[in-house]
Design a protein around this ligand. Structure first.
Ligand SMILES: Cc1ncc(COP(=O)(O)O)c(C=O)c1O
Length: 367
């Protein structure tokens, strides 16, 4: 089976982990601090804080902004459930609005229309690496917490993602462009948010063995073992981008010939992080549904994935927020999206194998 997103781990990461273990720092220490410093430079942001996961980053961002029961947070349904779950964890209510047809990112006009006096933040996602349209969201005058789990390398209209929103959250999960296995980052130019996240992620020790807590915090810090992996991945990010470019170009060329198979839109004004290659399968033109394509590709030993099923249709959200209005663009997309294998660990031949299999399957379904 050709893997969907195998990690691109080399001898550098293995050596860095061994060195970290020998150093005696298992938990947060000098490597986590080095990662924060280097990521702050990379993201062109004042503050970067290393955390246990992208989910923890999103959660602490909302808590740091004081969001809680009675508040509303506007977000997109086309995301990993964690984006919405953290809103629920604060006690606030997620308000899902529909997405744009082209890139499946949150529709800023619908976000604006959903604002009430209870709205305390808007939480867009940079799906697949395409930044959400941030300017109209920032113009709402409400804190923007950006889920940039897919967008470590992205720029929006020339500005680095990570330096634009009130808080930007990244993931270092195994499949991400900068992968540590698990981990997350918060970047912000707001001193108050950075200070709050510092107090929330781990108890800060005072002198000697004395300690005190200003807030009941969480345990959401990043271990140095994982930070060491992330540092190696950061060293390789430009090299990996080149490979991602080649893989995107090969897929673009292939799907241009396949009726009913259309990649998500990418905006030329922005820099795309090339994290996921998502196509939409239009069953009528492509001759079969997304699920049939996924099964047929699996029979060809090609693993694919789905980004994403609309969150508001998943059991918890469907039952808890039963009066959620339909979101037709997201709901249709949820039936059509299919992500093709993409990873710097894949060779050009691997990608050619995917293309050949996709052509065979398309020939069979669409004739
Ligand atoms: C869009 C999005 N948001 C948030 C997350 C959560 O990140 P983590 O797995 O690091 O908690 C992920 C995936 O992992 C994601 O894809």
């Amino acid at each position: 089976m050709l893997g969907f997103q195998p990690p691109a781990i080399g001898e550098e990461e293995i050596a860095a982990v061994a060195e970290t273990l020998r150093s005696g720092w298992l938990t947060t220490g000098p490597r986590a601090a080095e990662l924060e410093g280097r990521m702050a430079e990379y993201l062109e942001a004042e503050h970067v804080l290393a955390l246990a996961s992208g989910t923890a980053a999103l959660h602490l961002a909302l808590v740091a902004l004081g969001i809680g029961p009675g508040d509303e947070v506007i977000t997109t349904p086309i995301t990993w459930p964690a984006t919405a779950n953290v809103i629920v964890h604060t006690g606030a209510t997620p308000v899902f609005v529909d997405v744009l047809e082209g890139d499946l990112n949150i529709d800023p006009a619908l976000a604006a229309a959903a604002v009430t006096e209870r709205t305390k933040a808007v939480l867009p996602v940079d799906l697949a690496g395409q930044p959400a349209d941030l300017d109209p969201l920032l113009a709402l005058g409400i804190p923007v917490v950006e889920d940039a789990a897919h967008a470590a390398e992205s720029r929006y209209r020339g500005r680095k993602v990570g330096s634009i929103a009130d808080v930007t959250c990244f993931s270092l999960y195994a499949t991400k462009n900068i992968a540590a296995g698990e981990g997350g980052l918060i970047s912000t130019n707001r001193d108050d948010v950075a200070q709050a996240v510092l107090d929330l992620r781990l108890m800060r020790r005072g002198d000697g063995s004395l300690y005190d807590i200003p807030v009941p915090g969480y345990k959401a810090n990043l271990s140095d073992v994982l930070a060491a992996i992330a540092l190696c991945q950061l060293d390789k990010v430009d090299r990996h981008t080149e490979i991602r470019h080649r893989q995107f170009a090969a897929y673009d060329e292939a799907v241009a010939e396949l009726a009913g198979i259309t990649p998500l839109a990418r905006d030329d004004r922005d820099l795309h992080a090339l994290h996921l290659y998502v196509v939409r399968v239009d069953a009528e033109t492509a001759g079969a549904t997304r699920d049939e394509y996924q099964r047929a590709l699996a029979e060809e030993n090609i693993a694919t994935s789905i980004h994403f099923l609309p969150v508001h249709k998943l059991t918890y959200y469907r039952e808890r927020f039963a009066d959620q209005p339909p979101l037709p663009v997201a709901e249709r997309a949820g039936d059509e999206v299919l992500s093709l294998p993409l990873s710097p660990a894949h060779s050009d031949d691997d990608i050619a194998d995917v293309v050949a299999a996709l052509r065979r399957v398309h020939e069979r379904f669409a004739g």
